[in-house]
Ligand binder design. Structure first.
Ligand SMILES: O=c1ccn([C@H]2C[C@H](O)[C@@H](COP(=O)(O)OP(=O)(O)OP(=O)(O)O)O2)c(=O)[nH]1
Ligand SMILES: [Mg+2]
Length: 148
């Protein structure tokens, strides 16, 4: 699907997010900062990605997720854990970069810091009931099926 994008930082014009492989689910987002910035252990920083997107159709949303390499090796994840981009959002796409490690992290301009995944969404309305039709699981959860 074609997604409307606005370029807010000229550096993004010739490097719009792309799928790294034919099977990639995520589009890598870059840190559109002007200078290197050091994130102290535990610190988080709201980083512009230099673009805005407009999904428009409420049947879609986008999620910002950590990159696994950065998250696992460097402890660079997201301050909001997951970023949810509403279909009607038209503002700048921002990434809350959180250094959950115990080592300072140097964020470099235009570095790929997170990834964007576009997902289908179903909006619901509520049907208030007194009883649910009984399911096999019922109210069991939080380990009710055992651990083996
Ligand atoms: O990592 C993120 C998360 C959100 N957003 C933008 C897009 C999203 O549509 C909007 C609102 O996000 P959300 O609803 O999660 O935040 P909120 O704190 O509930 O703000 P609001 O009151 O504006 O809904 O902020 C980002 O750019 N990056
Ligand atoms: Mg909200």
């Amino acid at each position: 699907m074609k997604l409307d994008v606005k370029i807010l930082d000229e550096r993004m014009r010739d490097q719009l997010p792309t799928y790294a492989t034919t099977g990639s689910a995520g589009l890598d987002l870059r840190a559109c900062v002007d200078q290197e910035q050091t994130l102290a252990p535990g610190a988080s920083l709201l980083v512009p990605t230099g673009i805005s997107i407009y999904l428009q159709d409420p049947g879609y949303a986008a999620m910002i997720l950590p990159r696994s390499g950065l998250g696992h090796k460097s402890g660079i994840v997201l301050g909001n854990l997951v970023g949810l981009i509403d279909a009607d959002y038209q503002g700048p796409l921002m990434v809350s970069v959180w250094n959950r490690s115990q080592t300072p992290f140097v964020l470099k301009p235009m570095e790929r810091i997170a990834q964007l995944v576009v997902v289908p969404v179903m909006q619901v309305s509520f049907n208030v009931v007194e009883q649910f039709t009984q399911s096999e699981r019922g109210t069991g959860g939080f380990g009710s099926t055992g651990s083996h």
